[in-house]
Design a protein around this ligand. Structure first.
Ligand SMILES: Nc1nc2c(c(=O)[nH]1)N[C@H]1C(S)=C(S)[C@@H](COP(=O)(O)O)O[C@H]1N2
Ligand SMILES: [Mo]
Length: 312
């Protein structure tokens, strides 16, 4: 198994995000000059359809939002490649309709939801959340969605439902890097049932008031803002309620580096790098990483009495 790791990349190969974006824009400009006799400016990236009836939701940060350009071109979505620009370049092969989400396992009302039915399950809210990647960068993203708890309530979990598993689509014809063995596909993530039911936990279907771009996990993805970004599984086709802690794709791939909880914690380093600081995309200086990514007031009680060094 080959895992691409942050420190496998020589320092000389690491491009600050701003330089990377400028270089992309420059290259796009050159490409446009080459094909356009009128020397027209390159067309802006196609945007998603506007979502109607979105109300401001709880817990939004008032910090500056990361630009739409950065949110949609600097991504991790290994199903489309391991480079930051790969998802935006390759995700066009993902077909987001028709799409179903199977909700199953230890629940009274298992059901196959059509995506267009799922979208109407609960009122849509805008939630501006911080997202902290385990790699040491962060963004502020205005998501559109509704609390996962709205879905959980409707399917009526049984007493045995102690954890929830999330499965990304597994279809190498649409997700070309599933032909590689970077991870054991499909991408699987998991939450304890109380984490899944927490009002901060979102099922997101959009960002910046528009339908979710494919590279950000269309048509539906999870957003768990107090945990490292990789817990927020994209392009979900299955939500399964289970009794035992799920074996997540990252725990399976690198068991000594990734634990089940993966709460943002500046005091517990990754095996190979510090987690004390982060670079907010668009900023130059690093800032301190906050306990639970700044959501401690909302979530610290979930982990009372738990040794967070052991249960990382
Ligand atoms: N299916 C799937 N979900 C995924 C990933 C992935 O590779 N595959 N990457 C994760 C990681 S590491 C991060 S940081 C976030 C990035 O979400 P964004 O691209 O919308 O910012 O998605 C997460 N969800
Ligand atoms: Mo990440």
């Amino acid at each position: 198994m080959r895992i691409i790791r942050q420190d496998d990349i020589p320092a000389s190969e690491i491009t600050p995000h701003e330089v990377y974006l400028k270089r992309r824009q420059f290259m796009a400009g050159i490409a446009a000059l080459a094909v356009s006799p009128a020397f027209a400016a390159p067309a802006p990236p196609a945007r998603g359809a506007r979502l109607a009836g979105v109300k401001p939701g709880r817990f939004s940060t008032r910090e500056a939002q990361t630009s739409y350009e950065s949110v949609t071109t600097y991504n991790n979505f290994y199903e489309f490649g391991t480079g930051k620009s790969d998802p935006a370049e390759n995700a066009h092969t993902l077909k987001t309709r028709p799409w179903t989400v199977s909700v199953e396992g230890e629940i009274k009302r298992p059901r196959l939801y059509d995506i267009d039915e799922l979208l109407k399950l609960a009122p849509l809210e805008e939630r501006v959340y911080r997202l902290r990647c385990v790699e040491g960068w962060s963004m502020v993203i205005p998501w559109v969605g509704f609390p996962l708890a709205e879905l959980i309530r409707r399917v009526e979990p049984s007493g045995n439902a102690r954890f929830v598993e999330f499965h990304t689509l597994h279809d190498p014809a649409q997700m070309p890097y599933q032909r590689s063995s970077v991870l054991d596909w499909p991408y699987v993530e998991g939450l304890r049932i109380d984490e899944a039911n927490h009002p901060l936990t979102l099922l997101a279907i959009g960002l910046y008031g528009e339908v979710l771009p494919r590279q950000n996990g269309a048509p539906v993805r999870l957003v768990v803002p107090w945990k490292y970004g990789f817990k927020s599984a994209k392009s979900i086709v299955k939500i399964r309620f289970v009794e035992k802690p799920p074996l997540t794709a990252w725990m399976r791939a690198v068991p000594n580096e990734y634990g089940f909880f993966s709460n943002v914690n500046p005091k517990v380093d990754h095996v190979r790098w510090s987690q004390a600081k982060e670079r907010r995309i668009g900023e130059f200086f690093k800032r301190d990483t906050l306990m639970f990514n700044g959501y401690a007031d909302q979530v610290a009680h979930l982990y009372r009495g738990l040794d967070l060094r052991k249960f990382f």
